[in-house]
Design a protein around this ligand. Structure first.
Ligand SMILES: [Ca+2]
Ligand SMILES: [Ca+2]
Ligand SMILES: [Ca+2]
Length: 332
């Protein structure tokens, strides 16, 4: 097996420029908070109004192209080839977006491994049907699927049998990928694992606040605008983009689906639609005329499937308003 004497020499110069262009195009944007109000039970001493909202947290553009892999947790392991570094280089190491991986891994024993060039032909994900459109994709559940390539060892498959995956809330990898020449490569074991600090949104070339890949996946073009509401469900395209919901499915949006409270309002239960890639906060205010929203005290809530429910107790009050806020844990 040939070992390359100068690994950096294998990294095309073009890859640096491509990555910079890719991640500098996203724009800062704002978002109205309150999306929906639920009917409050009446008459009761404590009147509670529930709402959902989205957070802008973390949807700002990263300062520059760089690997998203964690400084501490960046090593995979193959019994036949040893350690593989996913943070092989600060600029060209592995980078993850909501849709794809790109960049280079490095093994002292087999050299550079390419995850993909970051520019899939269809603008969404690699098709893995040609030598110019290969790479590893990230699906909406965090599964890593596709093919990486090493000049010295050939294709490395990310497929269901090894269940390679990134946790969309923690960034931690699990499972394994497979090389016909080198065997299984574990992304997580008892002494090391790979972890990404962020899932980047990818480019927004038309500057409408919607990542291009997200627009293309859902609409097939970049014609939609953030302020539009393609499925007419009351949540704008931009709001659905932030909440991770389907902008073409009127049954899916960040919305409170069930609410219940005891007559004194001290015991309350709230359910809302949730997605795997978002965490949630329940916030309250006692006055909608000059609302000052505060966390209810539960803290950040991970999703529990397509619907998440929390039951909580609180003191009595003349009235109390609740809302659910979505955040993307791995926003850059
Ligand atoms: Ca866009
Ligand atoms: Ca909508
Ligand atoms: Ca929708």
């Amino acid at each position: 097996m040939k070992i390359r004497p100068s690994p950096l020499g294998n990294v095309p110069v073009q890859a640096f420029g491509t990555d910079r262009a890719l991640y500098s195009a996203a724009n800062t944007r704002t978002l109205d908070a309150v999306l929906l109000f639920m009917n409050r039970p009446a008459p009761i001493p404590l009147r509670t109004l529930a709402a959902t909202c989205l957070s802008l947290l973390g949807f700002l553009a990263p300062a520059s192209a760089a690997t998203t892999i964690n400084v501490t947790n960046h090593l995979a392991y193959g019994a036949n080839i040893g350690w593989i570094d996913w943070r092989s280089h600060a600029a060209t190491g592995a980078t993850l977006t909501d849709f794809i991986c790109s960049g280079y891994l490095y093994s002292a024993n087999v050299g550079w491994l390419h995850l993909g060039n970051g520019t899939p032909a269809n603008g969404i994900q690699y098709q893995n049907n040609s030598a110019t459109d290969f790479g590893v994709n990230v699906d909406s559940s965090g599964n890593l699927r596709g093919s990486a390539y090493g000049a010295n060892i050939g294709w490395i498959q990310f497929e269901a049998s090894g269940a390679p995956r990134v946790d969309l809330c923690t960034g931690r990898f699990s499972g394994a990928c497979y090389s016909a020449n080198c065997g299984w490569i574990s992304l997580s074991n008892t002494v090391a694992h790979v972890q990404t600090d962020a899932l980047l949104p990818g480019p927004d070339t038309d500057g409408d606040g919607l990542a291009d890949a997200w627009e293309l996946q859902h609409f097939g073009s970049l014609a939609q605008e953030g302020a539009g509401d393609a499925d007419g469900d009351g949540a704008s395209n931009a709001q659905e983009h932030l909440a991770g919901t389907d902008p073409t499915d009127a049954t899916r949006r960040l919305v409170i689906t069930n609410y219940a409270a005891t007559t004194d309002g001290t015991n309350t239960s709230v359910s809302w639609q949730s997605v795997p890639s978002r965490h949630y906060f329940i916030e309250q205010t006692l006055d909608l005329n000059s609302p000052f929203w505060t966390d209810l005290g539960i803290g950040q809530i991970p999703p529990a499937g397509s619907v998440t429910t929390r039951t909580f107790t609180d003191t009595n009050a003349p009235m109390r308003f609740l809302r659910v806020r979505a955040v993307k844990p791995l926003a850059p």
